[in-house]
Design a protein around this ligand. Structure first.
Ligand code: HH2
Length: 263
């Protein structure tokens, strides 16, 4: 899954793809590099990010999705917590609702997801982006993330979302210290064994700085991002959400080839 942020303030690529023309050029590049899905977001979820007004978020993403749906030729996902934005994005041609709040941001979200009949990514987060890094505390981070995701999948199912439409995501860096994120990455098999496809987002994230303090800028973190993506693939995740598509596809292909050759 390649990331296209139609935002002025995303932590690693903010402001670069605000126009549909630039977003389309980036989409073409990511597809040529091997992206199977494109994730389009109009609101930054980085720690401390300010919320974006619903109309503004729709105005950012819908023109880009409409152009990509007509031309990109791969499934599009909308990265939003707001049901009205998801509805507008699906109407414009997206087929996956990627919700970092796991359909908890609005009481309407589960019913809207069921009504849209789209694929839904349920991600684990503590609090909301503005406050989530305040005091993240867990007794057993993997057990608590697992329990929460299982509960959100139950809520989605009860609202009428099909089981086959549900994806889970442990939400690396969302309401978690670097140590929590690294523990979760080491124990991903306990999320994968819930039996839903798992999406993993580790690309350029700041938890990588805990291992390499010299990786101050998001773009300094490619090596760590690839290592974490490979760990995810080994644990059985179905998809990785990344900014550096070419490098990730290559790393995954080399790992798979080596694993195959060693059998
Ligand atoms: N991470 C980010 C945004 N959306 N969605 C899912 N399902 N999983 C993630 O890990 C995830 C996500 C944060 O990364 P980015 O899009 O680069 O930054 P921003 O939120 O500032 O746009």
């Amino acid at each position: 899954m390649g990331v296209i942020n139609v935002t002025p303030d995303s932590f690693s690529d903010g402001g670069r793809y605000l126009s549909p023309e630039n977003a389309l050029a980036q989409a073409r590049a990511l597809i040529a590099q091997g992206a199977d899905i494109l994730d389009i977001g109009g609101e930054s979820t980085r720690p401390g990010a300010a919320p974006v007004d619903e109309a503004e978020e729709i105005a950012r993403v819908v023109p880009v999705i409409a152009v990509l749906a007509a031309q990109a030729g791969v499934p599009l996902s909308i990265d939003t917590m707001k049901p009205a934005v998801a509805r507008a994005a699906i109407a414009a041609g997206a087929s996956i609702w990627n919700d970092v709040s796991a359909l908890a941001f609005s009481p309407d979200s589960p019913a809207v997801a069921a009504d849209l009949g789209c694929q839904v990514v349920l991600m684990h987060m503590r609090g909301e982006p503005r406050t989530m890094q305040a005091v993240p505390r867990y007794d057993d981070v993997t057990a608590e993330v697992r329990r929460h995701l299982s509960e959100r999948a139950r809520v989605a199912r009860e609202a009428g979302v099909a089981r086959e439409a549900i994806w889970l995501d442990p939400g690396i860096g969302f309401g978690k210290t670097a140590a929590h994120s690294l523990t979760l990455l080491g124990q991903l098999d306990r999320i994968v064994d819930l039996g839903f496809p798992v999406l993993l987002g580790v690309s350029r994230k700041s938890f990588l700085k805990a291992v390499d303090p010299t990786a101050v800028e998001a773009t300094d973190r490619l090596g760590g991002s690839l290592a974490a993506a490979l760990a995810g693939a080994r644990a059985g995740v179905a998809s990785v959400r990344v900014h550096d598509v070419r490098e990730t596809v290559q790393a995954l292909a080399v790992q798979a080839t080596i694993d195959e050759a060693g059998r």
